[in-house]
Structures are given as C-alpha cells and as structure tokens.
Design a protein around this ligand. Sequence first.
Ligand code: DNO
Length: 348
Amino acid sequence: MILSFRWYGESDPVTLDKIRQVPVLKGIVSALYDVPLGETWPLEKIQNLKAAVERKGFILSAIESIPVHENIKLGRPDRDALIDKYRASIRNMGKAGIPVLCYNFMPVFDWTRSNMAFPLPDGSNALSYDDVEVLKMDLSKGTKDLPGWSASYDAKELQALLDGYQELSEEGLWENLKYFLEKTVPAAEESNVKMAIHPDDPPWSIFGLPRIIRDEAAYDRFVKLVDSPNNGFSLCSGSLGARPDNDLPAMIRKFGAMGRIHFAHVRNVRITGKGAFHETAHPTESGSLNMYEIMKAYSDTGFSGPMRPDHGRMIWGETGKPGYGLYDRALGAMYLAGLWEALREEKK
Ligand code: DNO
C-alpha cells in the first residue's frame, strides 16, 4: 500500500513542504488544473508535475482526476473526438509512468453537499449532506451560488444538461459508460495505466439525475462492461458508506480479490437519517463505519495500490478548501498508518 495525500498543485495552500512533514506518506495524488475540460493532457506538463512531486521525495502515485466531458456521458455527436483526446491523455500518463487514473462518471455534479461547514460538537466543522436541504436548492440560476461544486454552469447550460440526462435515463448512462470504456481501456492496457472509477457521492440520484456507481450490484455490472484488469475502481469508503446497505469490507474483499481495486479513498461518515449524513474524523468511533474492518479487508487482499485519507474536518481554526485542509487529513493519515502497521505486524 502506498499511503498518499491529495495535493492541488502549486496553488494549494497545503504545500508539498508541509505534506512531507507528515510521517509515513510516500505518494502524492494530483492533477493538471490548467488544461481545459476535454483537451488532451500534454506529456510535458504531466512530466513536470511528476518532477515537482519527486523533487520533494514523493512518487506521483495517481492522477485524480481527468474529468470526463459531459458530452461523452450524454453520448452526444462529438463524443468520439472527445474520447480520442481522453485516450491521448491516458497514453501520455503511461509515457510518464503514472500507474493509476481516477475519474468519475457522475452527471453534471461531482460530489455534492448541502453544508460545507456543518458544526460538530467538538467545535470543528465538516461537510454534510441532507436530501431535504438539497431538494430546496434553487437551480434556476445555474450552479454559481451553490456550495462546493467544481464545474459552474449558468441557468441555460444547466437546464440543457438536466434535460439531456432526463431523456438519457440510467440505462442510457450505463450504455455511454460502456462505450467510453470500450474505447479507453485498450489504451490504458497498452499504456500500463489502471483506470479507476470513483463512486457517485452521494451514491443515489439527486435532482432527478441518473447516478449509477453506487452499490455492489453496480460494481458487479461495471467489471463486466469491459473485462480487463485495467478497468477497476477508486473505492471510496466515505462515498459508498453513506448507504447503510453497502457492506464495505465485503465489497473490498470481493473486488480486491478480483484485482479490480486500484485506488483506495478511506474516510468515515456518520449516517444521520434517510438520505442524510455528515463527515467525521477518520476513526471508527467518530462515525458509522468500522475502519478496522475496512483496513483489514485491504490488508487481507494484499492491496498494494495508492491509498489516501480523504476529506478532513476543519480543526484548530484552519481555513481553506472544504475537506482538503492539512490538519485533519494528516491525523487521518496517521490513523490509517497505525492500523496498517498493526495489521502488518499481526500477519508476521
Ligand atoms: C472528492 C473526490 C472526488 C473525486 C472525483 C474523481 O473529494 O474524491 O471529487 O476526485 O469524483 O473523479
């Protein structure tokens, strides 16, 4: 296992110099943030990113993420041209020797929350989600005023996307995912890149949009879309764990044994009701997930890919990118490292 940390590049206030003072971390997970959506990632820029990370003593253990253009997900006429560009990015990753590509196939919104600073009893705050709050959100002005969304659309663009997905439906999205994988996985195989889809977060439909990568049945279906070891998962415990019917240790054991988990995001959440949860500190006692059982499943299946702590709370007065401050993610990294060391010792 390569314990890793997400870094948002040179403009991230959580610098590599700070990250390298967190013991045990070996890998950095990052991306290019200045390539327009849909364009090929130039080899030279990928190499520069890798060199910057290596200069500080890390390896670039995964790219998170190369975003998939909405027109690919919607199956619009320009998808072949966009997929060609995506394939070229994968080949460039391979040339640069970067082994894992995290991406997602969530329509319109990536991860979604209703409150970016939900107060916890200890005075820290965390991200939270509640279907009731999300349903109250006004989409008529586009996404600009909404909390935390990475892509921003004006009212007209957003409506066109929502209509497009309404028409497409879940089955259509599965078909378009298969089409995308049939064209990209062969490029990943040739380039020694493992593609790793991130689950939908939250793992259910929001705003009437189809959201398909959400549970074990979806994982079963996904691995068969293109049956290749290069077609696998970024298994995110916090995303999938928001559904009480997802048995995470069982899923890790099953898909880990198949060699299809290429990247692990490990964090805890507390489920507070139907369609409602908030994020917590990483330890088991802080949330609803049994982190020991999750880590044990990775250990028992010989997981050797990158693993990273995920969203942290904001603690000790830190401000910054919601979920991606330094302090609580560093605590999370130490907790995961401690569990891992104990599991490794037990095996001896
Ligand atoms: C949230 C992240 C996701 C993830 C993308 C992958 O913090 O885990 O935004 O990077 O879904 O494409």
